[in-house]
Design a binder for this molecule. Structure first.
Ligand code: ZN
Ligand code: ZN
Length: 333
């Protein structure tokens, strides 16, 4: 089968013929219909990831997968279209039992530590699949961007004011979910084309310019002259984290989603005297996967896919690096 193989950091993915995937116990083979490209994939390809991933090369990346079963499984039938929850846990620890395998000590991510979806076929554990109807290209971003956005917006709703820092696929989905729930939102970013798209979707925005001293929170405050119940940081860089907690109302909550590697430097008295909270958002639970599929089916948001053929994957990666993609690049094998 044809696949884009990650062989060496800093080099383009290698498009080649590879053996058909081996099916292990509990797994089913999917014919991949669409696979989204996440920023994490790009960091891996460029060799920029400084987290503690134990990744062995060569590997086929791609963790945002929608596919079709090529044979009957135990829960699904041949031809069923499914979406993958990509964080595969041990199945027995307290996090796995709570259906939050993303926190399992032994978690393995499909398309990172195991071969993923940038290929014609992939073998995946059947118990991590969810049935989905509709256009696979539009559905694929739910598998990572969507579930993460759903987790990042949990418990936020009508009447809450929310600042969103960043304009990637996760931020776009989160903003639309919050809008559909009647929250009051404001999105800050640096890319005028992305902010124009957000405005088109009815999301109010603020453009951060170079002269704003690379401090998103100050920029949002000087524009809006107000504080927020929630600040959602989809970047996690110095420019977004700096002063982000000063942007919070009393009892407000900062949720950090992005993994750009910035530092959060906060006076403890600010947290104590104003009763603030900080929460990290890593992917989502299996329940969040069900939630985001339902919200999508109800029409709460669009996933904004930008399709590429598998053979165009390196062009897609370049377009992401050059910040040209509004929404999510999705590969069709
Ligand atoms: Zn990802
Ligand atoms: Zn576990």
């Amino acid at each position: 089968m044809r696949a884009a193989v990650f062989k060496e950091e800093g080099k383009p993915l290698s498009l080649e013929e590879v053996p058909f995937p081996q099916r292990n116990d509990g797994e089913v083979i999917l014919k991949v219909r669409a696979a989204g490209i996440c920023h994490g994939d790009v960091h891996l390809v460029l060799g920029e990831w400084n987290g503690d991933l134990s990744i062995k090369l060569p590997v086929i990346l791609g963790h945002e997968i929608v596919g079709e079963l090529v044979e009957d499984g135990k829960r699904f039938k041949r031809g069923d279209q499914v979406i993958l929850y990509s964080n595969i846990g041990c199945g027995t620890c307290k996090y796995c039992r709570a259906e939050k395998p993303q926190y399992c000590e032994n978690v393995k991510v499909v398309g990172v530590q195991m071969n993923g979806g940038f290929a014609e076929y992939v073998s995946v554990p059947e118990s991590y699949l969810f049935k989905v109807e509709g256009d696979p290209i539009k559905l694929a971003p739910l598998a990572d961007a969507g579930i993460t956005a759903f987790n990042a917006t949990n418990g936020i709703g009508m009447g809450d004011s929310v600042a969103l820092l960043g304009t990637g696929a996760v931020a776009f989905i989160a903003a639309q979910i919050l809008k559909s729930r009647g929250a009051e939102i404001l999105m800050g970013g640096r890319n005028p084309a992305k902010l124009a798209k957000a405005e088109e979707l009815g999301i109010p925005t603020v453009l951060m310019k170079r002269k704003d001293n690379m401090n998103m929170s100050q920029t949002l405050f000087s524009y809006s002259q107000r504080k927020f119940d929630y600040v959602l940081d989809f970047v996690g860089a110095e420019s977004t984290l700096q002063d982000s907690m000063w942007l919070l109302s009393r009892e407000g909550e900062l949720r950090i989603v992005g993994e750009f590697g910035g530092f959060l430097n906060v006076p403890e008295q600010l947290i104590v005297l104003r009763g603030l909270r900080v929460r990290g958002i890593l992917y989502g639970s299996m329940n969040d996967m069900k939630g985001v599929i339902k919200a999508y089916e109800q029409g709460s948001f669009k996933t904004l896919p930008v399709p590429y053929k598998l053979d165009e994957i390196n062009e897609a990666i370049n377009d992401i690096i050059e910040d040209k993609i509004i929404g999510r690049a999705v590969v069709i094998p």
